[in-house]
Design a protein around this ligand. Structure first.
Ligand SMILES: Nc1ncnc2c1ncn2[C@@H]1O[C@H](COP(=O)(O)OP(=O)(O)O)[C@@H](O)[C@H]1O
Ligand SMILES: [Mg+2]
Length: 384
């Protein structure tokens, strides 16, 4: 990545509370103008990471750079970032205008300029007519707009948003997701957005950093993270998935013939050998059911339930092993009756091999050891 375009850089950042690491060796470059989302379940270290970037919390080790400058020791107000919190943190006794103006009043910006910038912000977040309202007289969505305007008026280079839509109901949340995304594109400000909602992350982000127990397991575009998850955790956390354990039976060019506990299957992959154990992920929309066997596949099961969920039918198939497979299809497709036996298959290109974290850690250890050996050899040669 071109380092000139990097606006936030985390370099092996760690955070410990009472001897427990809650953020581990986090390295991440955020590009100028990017919408980057930290995604992960509750407790995985998202807020802690955001607070370290904002300056509310100090990293135990590692380096945080904003616009190329190491910011350790700089207070939040000395950093060119602003934060929007989930609970809005508005001043209850102040009206909309005064809440939005707060940062500029503190900085002693001239009154006329404050007035102009506040009215610009009110237009931007579509709160015209509500200037004199107090927070208690507004809906959740309106309060969140005030919070966003109050942060944006300072013209930060980076806006940090911690689950800003978490308190809103589903419909309003979906609407605000689009509004926020458009706002970000219009202003060109870098957004670092925190959410535990994978759908929200997929909808809004340029890139998603998926975190699990303090570790960033994958970073990539929504398409990369969804269609090419690198770990079992990412595959199961981002989108619905079926994770299956299997062994490679034979290799035929790009086609791996695999044995699952429930039967034979196949997928496209390179670089795997006979008898290797692999975890594969098949998305529900890629699982196909048929009444007759399909080449390379011999997995059988029984349809146990269809759930009609609007634009999609969610079907559960119980395999002979007892494992439940999730299948998604179009309402207009033909659906096999509940209770009937079916054959299960997928297109070989639609199964993804995912690794467990343990394997990845093992790979890192192996690579590091190799590198060390190489360096030692280098030293030996130098001495000769
Ligand atoms: N001030 C604190 N003191 C002790 N433990 C904390 C503190 N803040 C967060 N933690 C712990 O750090 C972990 C990560 O928390 P957090 O960053 O808030 O997660 P997330 O935002 O992803 O839900 C959790 O186990 C949490 O309990
Ligand atoms: Mg949090």
């Amino acid at each position: 990545m071109n380092s000139e375009n990097v606006i936030v850089r985390l370099n092996e950042v760690e955070k410990e509370f009472d001897g427990v690491k809650v953020v581990k060796k986090l390295s991440l470059d955020i590009k100028e103008g990017e919408f980057l989302t930290l995604l992960g379940p509750s407790g995985c270290g998202k807020t802690t990471t955001l607070r370290m970037i904002a300056g509310f919390s100090e990293a135990t080790s590692g380096e945080i750079m904003l616009e190329g400058v190491d910011v350790s020791g700089l207070k939040p107000n000395e950093r060119n970032v602003n934060t929007v919190f989930q609970n809005y943190a508005l001043f209850p006794h102040m009206n909309v205008e005064d809440n939005i103006a707060f940062g500029l009043v503190e900085k002693k910006v001239p009154k006329a300029e404050i007035k102009e910038r506040v009215s610009e912000m009110i237009k931007l977040v579509q709160l015209e007519g509500l200037e004199k309202r107090k927070p208690a007289q507004m809906s959740g969505g309106q309060k969140q707009r005030v919070a966003i305007a109050r942060a944006l008026i300072n013209k930060p280079r980076v806006l940090l948003l911690d689950e800003p839509l978490g308190a809103l109901d589903l419909k309003l949340r979906k609407q605000m997701q689009l509004e926020l995304k458009h706002l970000q594109q219009k202003l060109g400000i870098t957004f670092v957005y925190v959410t535990h909602d994978q759908e929200e992350a997929l909808t809004m982000s340029d890139r998603i950093a998926v975190m699990h127990e303090g570790v960033m397991e994958q970073i990539g575009t929504p398409d990369e993270v969804y269609n090419h998850p690198k770990t079992k955790f990412v595959a199961s956390f981002v989108g619905e998935s079926n994770i299956l354990e299997s062994y490679v039976r034979s290799v035929d060019g790009d086609l791996l013939h695999i044995d699952l506990e429930a039967g034979k299957a196949a997928l496209h992959a390179k670089g795997f050998g006979v008898e290797e154990m692999i975890y594969i992920c098949v998305r529900p929309e890629n699982v196909k059911l048929s009444e007759t066997p399909v080449e390379h596949f011999s997995i059988r099961g029984k349809v146990i339930e269809h759930i009609f969920a609007g634009s999609v039918v969610k079907t559960e198939v119980e395999l002979l092993t007892g494992q439940i497979l999730k299948v998604a299809s179009h309402p207009n497709d033909d659906h096999v009756e509940v209770g009937k036996r079916v054959y299960v298959h997928w297109r070989p290109k639609d199964a993804i091999i995912v690794h467990t974290v343990e394997e990845q850690i093992y790979n890192v250890i192996e690579q590091t050891t190799e590198k060390l050996y190489k360096e030692m050899e280098g030293v030996d040669e130098g001495e000769d």
